[in-house]
Ligand binder design. Sequence first.
Ligand code: SF4
Ligand code: SF4
Length: 416
Amino acid sequence: MARATGSGPPACAKCGACSTVCPVYRQTGREYHTGRGKLHLLARLDPANASAAYAEILSHCLLCGACSQVCTRAIPVAERLAAARAELHRRAGKQVLLRALGGKLLGQPRLLRVLAPLARIVKERRLPADSGLNLRLGLNLAPAGPGETAPSTTRESGPDPVAGPATLYLFSGCYANFIEPEIPQAVCSLLAKNGLGRARPATGGGCCGLAAYSSGQAGQARRLARKNIAAHPGSAPIVVACASCASHLRRYGELLADDPDWRQPAADFALRVREFSQYIYQANSQAPAAAAGEQPPLKVLYHDPCHLRFGPLRVGAEPRRLLQRIPGLELTELPRGPQCCGQGGLFHLAHPTSSAAILEQLTSDFRQSGAEVVTTACSGCLLHWQQARADGQHQARVLHLAVLLDRLLPPLEQQP
Ligand code: SF4
Ligand code: SF4
């Protein structure tokens, strides 16, 4: 993450470097959608008086962090935009930002086709009120009240592939817990097969809080952070199945930096967070790639989640190297390199036209790659790739990286 330095916050130089990487600006061509444009407008709009216009500008952002990465003044642009959302939420109230972020869902049959079945599943499974899936599936756009608590989203009946006490915490994320439990099972299995021990979910944890943070509900995001920190005592690594959760959990230290009681526990917690593929790769980084086989290879694309490209963890080489250890698998790349999928947590609900345009550009590139499988570690990206398949934009299978690796990566002793 780009960091501001010096005594005061740096001012925008209007250089335009952020415009060149903004996926939203690439589609809309509107200056006020760039990091530069948004910072300019935010400096002139009062969130208390200009709430509707303010909300529209702030909602038209994926919070992908690409602008922060390239900013010539090291301005943490995406973090400033997230802080502005929190300020709007605090001052303007009346759910103005939440309406801008989620209010168009019912008019979007394309989105509903993918989201409605998932919404039914999570309702049947009694999704906690403070899970970010409520927002991401358009189930409940009302912010949780200050005293609202919910049972843990981490289930206690997870897989148990290795005998003996757990040595690692497993943080699955709400999507894996409530929609695709094969994902945490695969992560546990991979950890065991690679000799890394036994992972168990914490008791009393919950949603990472990213959706609350992204929708300006700073108080709720901080409550969830404290709850998760308290649920993970000790020093055991916290292995995370979802890229977006991993990125947000890693930022707990920043999120609670102004809280004297939680600053240090949050910083300690953040350092224990490990994205699962990076953790597995770093533990056994010496194994070489598999040799090419005689059969036609299975062509696979690894999709880079923005949270791992631009967030604090920077994971990209590791999942690719793990995939390259699978005999008979050929890793492909997009012609123009990694691209955002346009999901952006709540962005696809707020701006379905922009989101769909970003996705269509990506899948157009993807079709040129010839891949038969697309894999990623972010639940939001998975949803968007599944939506693209449902819309007929591609025919590839969409698999979470852990599920693919667990099915095809040989146990450590059999790796080349
Ligand atoms: S965070 Fe992403 S979408 Fe938002 S302004 Fe920056 S580059 Fe554009
Ligand atoms: S890259 Fe940074 S300094 Fe340059 S226009 Fe964008 S926000 Fe301003």
